[in-house]
Design a binder for this molecule. Structure first.
Ligand code: ZN
Length: 305
């Protein structure tokens, strides 16, 4: 369970969405047995999707963030709901690349040249779909560009996943700052200065965690916000509006995969029954396996008729 907070400054110039997702990213890494660069890519994407999920108005609203490229990771995808549930996967969890020229995990290189697509399902007849070309494939830059190009929203996105020597996730988190329409010039300037000189988010998370060992998870994310905005002039410091949670949760079920089998069509399903007599489907997100025997498949076939 990851605590997240939503905050706004007194002048109503900007809103902040901030979370620490160390446990969530560790869980995703455990399930998918990811290499460090895959953990970083998937972890950043899950964290961002979780923050974008809690921006949605209704609990059942859903969004999917999909990075697709010609690099060895191929695809990273995360789905998040308005209630803070999030799930995701990376097409190639075993991708392994040397560090980039900055000595960092090469998430951009793992994705290569490609596209970012965001699909928002807000319960309307048609989902909203926005696609942009990848800027760097480093996830945060791409999402900043997405917000600007597709949603005409001036935002700043910071995401981080720190991998320890023993390959566990040492720290992970994310922050999205959204400028509001009536932003004061002073706030814009102060934010630009803050973002321009900000240390990597995981460095700040590690330091805050180190100095506040006794704090609860909610206390910790509040302490993180105070630390990030420490130099901000008092009139532009953010104040907490709401506390939320972001949780890894896969909502797959036998019934849901039955529906997947129904969509493959009569002919293919008949072929599976005749040739294999059974089928095993695996959830891409949590890797849970679902087995369908001849009887179950025949029942599905009869339902299509
Ligand atoms: Zn699942």
């Amino acid at each position: 369970m990851s605590k997240a907070l939503i905050a706004i400054d007194q002048s109503k110039s900007y809103r902040v969405y901030l979370t620490i997702t160390t446990d969530l990213v560790q869980k995703a890494s455990d399930i998918h047995e990811t290499t460090p660069v895959a953990t970083a890519g998937l972890g950043r994407t899950l964290t961002a999707a979780g923050l974008m999920g809690i921006m949605l108005k209704n609990e059942g609203d859903k969004l999917t963030v999909q990075f697709k490229g010609d690099g060895p990771a191929k695809q990273i995808l995360a789905t998040a709901y308005g209630n803070g549930n999030v799930k995701g996967y990376i097409a190639n969890p075993y991708v392994d690349l040397p560090l980039n020229e900055k000595g960092k995990l090469d998430v951009g290189g793992s994705l290569g040249i490609g596209e970012l697509t965001v699909i928002k399902d807000l319960g309307l007849r048609e989902p909203y779909v926005g696609t942009i070309a990848l800027v760097s494939g480093e996830i945060a830059d791409d999402l900043t560009a997405y917000f600007y190009i597709s949603e005409q929203q001036n935002s700043s996105v910071a995401l981080g996943v720190k991998i320890e020597r023993d390959l566990t996730v040492g720290a992970a988190g994310g922050m999205i700052i959204q400028m509001l329409p009536q932003a004061e010039e002073g706030a814009v300037d102060a934010l630009e200065q803050l973002i321009g000189s900000m240390e990597p988010l995981t460095t700040i998370i590690s330091r805050v965690a180190e100095h506040n060992r006794a704090l609860s998870d909610s206390g910790l994310v509040q302490a993180l916000m105070e630390e990030i905005f420490r130099e901000m002039p008092a009139e532009y410091k953010p104040r907490m509006l709401d506390e939320r949670e972001i949780n890894w949760n896969c909502d797959c079920s036998y019934e849901r995969l039955q529906q997947v089998l129904m969509t493959i069509g009569k002919q293919d399903l008949t072929e599976i029954i005749e040739e294999d007599g059974e089928a095993e489907l695996q959830c891409q997100f949590c890797l849970e396996k679902y087995h369908f025997d001849r009887e179950a498949l025949t029942e599905i076939l009869n339902r299509i008729n």
